[in-house]
Design a protein around this ligand. Structure first.
Ligand code: DGJ
Length: 734
């Protein structure tokens, strides 16, 4: 059944997904080849008169069943390409059959339109709360000769510039098939000069999500992870843009992959400068066997369109990810201000030491204490006890319960660190189950941080960890859990799989992690769950489905954090980004920045502290007290207001961003200057997104400005003295 958001023009054979903001058009071409027509700004009515021109091009052969010389799958923009049947561009899927052939030729077979959004079993995904929020088109393709079907899911949200995509393969043949590659989506764009650049988020441990923008050149370019997680090195997000696209103008298409394992974003600019984009599970080290009657569902991609630049694209992601991807009791709740003991004590703590930190934290108005790594097994350094999720009695003499009670008596919440996917050789778990690791028998696996990866694809492994964690969560009053993961996957081999199925190991691992996370986060809904992987190694939309926030980076240096948080904001909401004030010289960079700047930067995310509060001077204590009380006043605005990037630290010495509430009555703006100079420029900042008619008052100075003044005249940034300075402005409508 068609609905008001998805129509099918039977005469022209065109599907049109549309809302007030966007349109997506696909057309069944001659011989049932499914052609991509358009994705972009809304088109009210498509008359059906634009079809891809026919032209003979040498060495681009023709469609089986239609010898017409000008009609070739090698140039036709398609919705999902085939392999081995005259499309030489990168294929969306490679499917091997029992006779060894990997040739297929996908043609349109059928379609269905459904209200709402179907559930993708076992996978993280965006969802609807009511069926009238979205509509879904399912177009089925079929191989010309084999009973192999691919259902392509397109969901359009009625009020958002969002289309989500995924595919499901259905093996209806009587033989097993192997999926050697199965992209979640393809986007073929014609050469119209619009999308000539790509933005990606590469990085490294302690250097995550740096904004990289480059021209799309002829040939193939890929942005991928092969590390078993979405990775510090290349985040699972890209945006396509025009060279003229800015933060506030121009077209942008965001592609955010809801997956935490190996991903691949492939771009190919072809012989006539058309662009093919594929997003999916990385085919590297992947293959999946499908027996007759079995199906395989790919993870989802969230596509966002903006014709108003990158800020608008990010804003659409921020709303969708926090409103319709994140779940659990803390989904839209204000997040508590944390004191975490990691950078304060590392492994070297006692109950007594922790109690002193907690006492100070309570005095400063901090709301939650998180006990990080080192409370379990017999862990005093990072080379033991992973897998032993029971308390280290000789270290915590009053036990975890004693500590939790102490923290609660102080009126604070209590949180605990886990690293559920890992195992140390020096552990009870390893002594009992040396076979639980990912490893090939009779080959020594590669260590990293002295630890190994548990084979989370195996049910008995997951159950063991789940049982241990449940026991603890049931016996101690715990309000928050930090779920860490401190190495990448190697020795990808599962003892539970036979030799033909080893290509499934890394995806099964991710599915296993998702299952475990799902059990725990749905059972303990009221716990605040925070993802982490040595900082932001698994900061992706998949994890957000289970955990509404994530440790953004192990780098807590205020200057480097400006870039990391700025880059992260391209694809992820502020409510998902935790940010802590730590001691100076900074542990990671050795830089000394003012406490005020550290506070201002951390206050631009989910604020916390991670330093030894018992070592603070009286001045430092009063500054932290001030920060904590300021943050409590603006927390709703920071965590759930609209965030706007104003000046990029990747492009200049200045970083600036702002937050504004929906009513446009409450505004917070951050300005940071990195290095000072003998002759500083009088930089001006122009605010955005205000109501031009409203009169706003600077809460600190009492000065008033109209919205149009702040946006058009702008304001001079303060005449800062010294390096690494910052200021937060708070304007309120009067
Ligand atoms: C890496 C995390 O990112 C840190 O915050 C800390 O929890 C350590 N692991 C503990 O091992």
């Amino acid at each position: 059944m068609e609905d008001s958001y998805i129509s099918f023009d039977r005469e022209n054979k065109v599907f049109h997904l549309h809302n007030k903001k966007i349109s997506y058009l696909l057309k069944i071409e001659d011989n049932n080849v499914l052609n991509h027509l358009y994705f972009g700004k809304a088109i009210k009515h498509y008359s059906g008169n634009k079809s891809y021109p026919r032209r003979y091009r040498g060495f681009s052969g023709n469609v089986p069943g239609n010898p017409e010389r000008g009609y070739s799958k090698d140039t036709l923009p398609q919705e999902y390409s085939s392999h081995g049947s005259m499309d030489y561009r990168i294929p969306a899927s490679i499917i091997r059959r029992e006779n060894g052939s990997n040739i297929h030729d996908l043609r349109y077979f059928d379609y269905k339109i459904e209200p709402g959004k179907p559930n993708l079993k076992g996978l993280p995904q965006s969802y609807v709360e009511a069926d009238d929020e979205a509509s879904t088109l399912i177009v089925t393709l079929k191989d010309r000769f084999q009973e192999i079907y691919i259902d392509m899911y397109y969901t359009i949200y009625h009020d958002r510039a969002v289309i989500t995509r995924s595919v499901k393969v259905n093996n209806k043949t009587d033989q097993a098939i192997a999926l050697e590659k199965i992209a979640s989506m393809q986007l073929d764009l014609t050469n119209n000069g619009v999308y000539d650049q790509v933005v990606s988020l590469p990085g490294a441990h302690m250097h995550e999500r740096q904004i990289n923008r480059e021209d799309i050149n002829s040939g193939i370019r890929s942005f991928q992870s092969r590390r078993g997680e979405s990775s510090h090195q290349m985040n699972s997000f890209i945006a396509l843009a025009n060279h003229d696209t800015s933060e506030f103008a121009g077209p942008a298409i965001g592609l955010n992959f809801v997956y935490s394992g190996n991903h691949d974003f492939e771009l190919e600019k072809d012989q006539i400068d058309q662009l093919r984009v594929l997003v999916g599970i990385n085919p590297y080290n992947f293959s999946w066997n499908l027996d007759p009657g079995e199906t395989f569902q790919t993870p989802e991609v969230i596509m966002v369109y903006s014709d108003n630049g990158f800020n608008d694209m990010s804003n659409t992601y921020h709303h969708l990810l926090r409103e319709r991807v994140a779940r659990g009791g803390y989904k839209l709740k204000q997040r508590p201000i944390v004191i975490n003991n990691w950078e304060a004590t590392f492994f070297d703590f006692t109950d007594e030491k922790i109690e002193k930190i907690v006492d100070e934290a309570a005095n400063l108005g901090i709301e939650m204490f998180v006990l990080d790594d080192g409370w379990f097994g017999h862990r005093n350094t990072d080379n033991s006890s992973l897998g032993d999720w029971f308390e280290y009695k000789h270290k915590l003499l009053k036990g975890l319960k004693g500590m939790s009670d102490y923290v609660h008596q102080k009126g604070m919440k209590f949180g605990l660190w886990f690293e559920p996917e890992m195992i140390s050789v020096d552990s009870k778990l390893y002594r009992e189950h040396p076979d639980y690791l990912m490893q090939e028998p009779n080959r020594e696996p590669s260590p990293s941080r002295d630890q190994f990866v548990l084979d989370m694809g195996r049910q008995e492994v997951r159950q063991n960890v789940e049982k241990q964690m449940t026991k603890l969560l049931d016996s101690v009053d715990i309000d928050y859990v930090k779920w860490d993961m401190n190495r990448n996957m190697s020795d990808v081999y599962s003892l539970a799989l036979n030799k033909h199925n080893q290509g499934e190991a890394s995806h099964r691992y991710i599915l296993g992690v998702y299952e475990l996370m799902d059990h725990l986060t749905t059972k303990y809904k009221n716990i605040l769950w925070e993802g982490c992987s040595g900082g932001g190694g698994r900061f992706d939309a998949g994890l957000l489905y289970y955990m509404p926030q994530s440790w953004t980076s192990d780098n807590t240096d205020a200057v480097e954090r400006m870039k990391i948080q700025y880059g992260t904001s391209l694809a992820y909401p502020i409510s998902s980004m935790t940010a802590h004030v730590s001691a100076v010289p900074n542990q990671q960079t050795g830089r000394v920045t003012p406490l005020k700047t550290r506070g201002d930067v951390a206050m631009s995310g989910v604020l916390g502290y991670e330093l030894d509060l018992t070592k603070l001077t009286a001045d430092e204590k009063s500054e932290i007290k001030r920060q904590v009380s300021q943050y409590k006043k603006v927390r709703q605005l920071v965590q759930y207001g609209d965030y706007i990037r104003l000046k990029s630290p990747f492009e200049s010495n200045i970083a600036s961003w702002m937050f504004v509430n929906t009513e446009k009555t409450d505004v917070l703006m951050f300005v940071g200057r990195i290095l000072s100079s003998g002759q500083p420029v009088f930089h001006e900042i122009f605010l955005k997104g205000l109501n031009p008619e409203y009169q706003y008052q600077d809460v600190d100075t009492g000065k008033t400005y109209y919205g149009d003044e702040l946006m058009n005249l702008g304001i001079y940034i303060p005449d800062f003295n010294g390096d690494f300075q910052s200021k937060i402005y708070h304007f309120k409508k009067i």
